[in-house]
Design a protein around this ligand. Structure first.
Ligand code: ZN
Length: 147
């Protein structure tokens, strides 16, 4: 009797402007569980996760090496939640867009978190996801992914 796998977790780490940035990825078997976890984490942010197929949250966590230090930003800076049955190029690229924007803002003072525009960010990420999905569809059409 194999244990039923409920989710798969892994992390992606890369460097941006010399700083390590890490993204935690969770692939859920169950979409309801994703929505429940996203809503719990977001506690009262006013967003409705009942129709979400995937959710990315930004994190700015600090770790303190001693009591007098101001703290340094922890590399772990975003969480991408995806569902097994919704791993399309459009969705993956859309969510990665959110995480990439956050990483980019962390590394660019001129585009700090205070300049975040959530509506504009959504619009941009949908555009990004749609373009990537259409491009990959064409690559399949032309046989670039055929073995
Ligand atoms: Zn989005």
């Amino acid at each position: 009797m194999g244990e039923v796998v409920q989710r798969t977790d892994f992390q992606i780490t890369l460097r941006h402007h010399g700083e390590a940035r890490r993204v935690h990825v969770t692939i859920y078997d169950d979409l309801d569980q994703l929505r429940e976890h996203a809503a719990t984490e977001a506690q009262g942010d006013g967003q409705d996760y009942n129709n979400a197929l995937a959710v990315t949250s930004r994190w700015s966590r600090y770790r303190f090496t001693d009591s007098s230090s101001a703290g340094v930003l922890h590399p772990l800076c975003a969480r991408i939640r995806l569902t097994r049955n919704h791993l399309t190029m459009a969705i993956i690229t859309h969510e990665v867009g959110h995480a990439a924007l956050h990483i980019w803002q962390l590394g660019n003072e001129d585009h700090a978190l205070s300049t975040d525009d959530i509506d504009g960010e959504e619009e941009f990420c949908y555009l990004l996801g749609e373009l990537a999905a259409r491009l990959v569809r064409r690559l399949h059409h032309y046989g670039f992914y055929d073995s």
